[in-house]
Ligand binder design. Structure first.
Ligand code: PEP
Ligand code: MN
Length: 355
């Protein structure tokens, strides 16, 4: 990390950046109210810090050992004494702001009619952003893979419906990208790109998605530690995309015998991640629970723990759903959940503001 003197000129900053590039590293320049700080992206051991310290305009130059510094609150406080939570604007929705944000919709887009019926219900219930899977990650090749499996035309048709449903009901839209070949196509249609839990570790995919410079909803892998999750997040921020929404969605349950839920929702991860980074944190109670009767409880717990929103699977006829029917809730149930979560948010808000 290179901390510039408060009176450093633009030319001095530019010449430090040029010098960094000579060593094969990239520079992440952050201009705070008082000073400019340059983060190094790449192998810092190549940098002769003592040489950098004597360049014009440089106050201090030193190595930062943490695996994630660009997203770290502590690092951000070097140039912004009161490191603020990052608010990601998507249309007129503010993710990470004062108000809770609810993302909802079906696990999978099944037909235009299905999507429009659910989108209308989600909007009426207080939803802000519409979700709908088109490329579904599935364990069995014999199950419904999403309409994206019907070739480019099938995928484009479903993406078009998603866009149309979002526009009709005034909601930005989000869908998951499962592989690199889908990046260009999907990013043309959606406002937020989802990277699913199974792909959290795919460095090539996540950096390629980050280069689209669109907001990303990034899910924690069900076996990933928090430090790992944040370290991989850094790959995307290193591509100069800080619009990353982190999503806790449950980790693998422990022990023998029946666990009574699909994944263990790591509620403690929410406040712990918020201590580490200024990026917004949301929760997916649906995939964690794997059963609809737990979704309400996990949602309330997540908001109490400080999540700034939720992504919830909603279907107008869960029993007939082609994927994840057992965990999808109806629009009416979703409305109840929204009301309850707002109540929980109001109750804990003042405490959270002091975090
Ligand atoms: C999803 O949100 O549709 C999904 C498959 O979730 P996850 O990646 O968390 O399993
Ligand atoms: Mn699902």
């Amino acid at each position: 990390m290179i901390i510039m003197k408060s009176e450093a000129t633009k030319e001095e900053v530019a010449s430090v950046v040029k010098e960094i590039k000579k060593y094969g590293l990239r520079a992440d320049v952050s201009r705070g109210a008082y000073r400019t700080v340059i983060g190094l992206v790449g192998d810092e051991s190549k940098i002769p810090f003592s040489r950098f310290e004597i360049l014009p305009g440089v106050k201090e130059a030193f190595m930062v050992e943490t695996p994630y510094k660009l997203i770290s609150r502590e690092y951000a406080s070097t140039w912004e004494p009161e490191a603020e939570n990052r608010v990601i604007n998507v249309g007129d929705i503010r993710i990470g702001g004062e108000e809770l944000v609810f993302i909802a919709g079906p696990c999978a887009v099944e037909s235009r009619e299905q999507l429009f019926r659910i989108a209308e219900g989600v909007k009426k219930a207080g939803g802000h952003i519409l979700r709908g899977g088109i490329f579904k990650p599935r364990t069995s090749v014999h199950s419904f893979q999403g309409l994206g499996a019907n070739g480019k035309e099938g995928a484009e048709e479903a993406l078009h419906w998603l866009r149309e449903a979002g526009d009709t009901f005034g909601m930005p839209v989000i869908t998951e990208i499962r592989g690199e070949s889908q990046v260009d196509l999907v990013s043309e249609y959606v406002d937020i790109i989802q990277i699913g839990a199974r792909n959290m570790y795919d460095q090539d995919l996540i950096t390629r998605v980050a280069r689209k410079k669109k907001p990303i909803l990034y899910k924690r892998h069900f076996g990933a530690g928090i430090e790992e999750f944040l370290s991989f997040t850094e790959y995307m921020v290193a591509e100069d995309n800080k619009d990353i929404i982190l999503c806790e969605r449950g980790i693998l349950p422990l022990g023998k015998g029946k666990s009574y839920f699909r994944y263990t929702l790591d509620v403690a991860a929410v406040p712990a991640i918020k201590r580490e980074t200024y990026l917004p944190v949301i929760v997916d109670p649906s995939h964690a629970a794997g059963r609809r009767d737990l979704v309400y409880d996990l949602s309330c717990a997540s908001i109490a723990a400080g999540a700034c929103g939720l992504i919830v699977e909603v279907h107008d006829n869960p029993v007939e759903a082609l994927v994840d029917g057992q965990q999808q809730i109806t629009p009416d149930e979703f409305e109840e959940l929204v009301v309850a979560c707002r109540g929980v948010h109001d109750a804990v808000k003042n405490r959270r503001n002091r975090d």
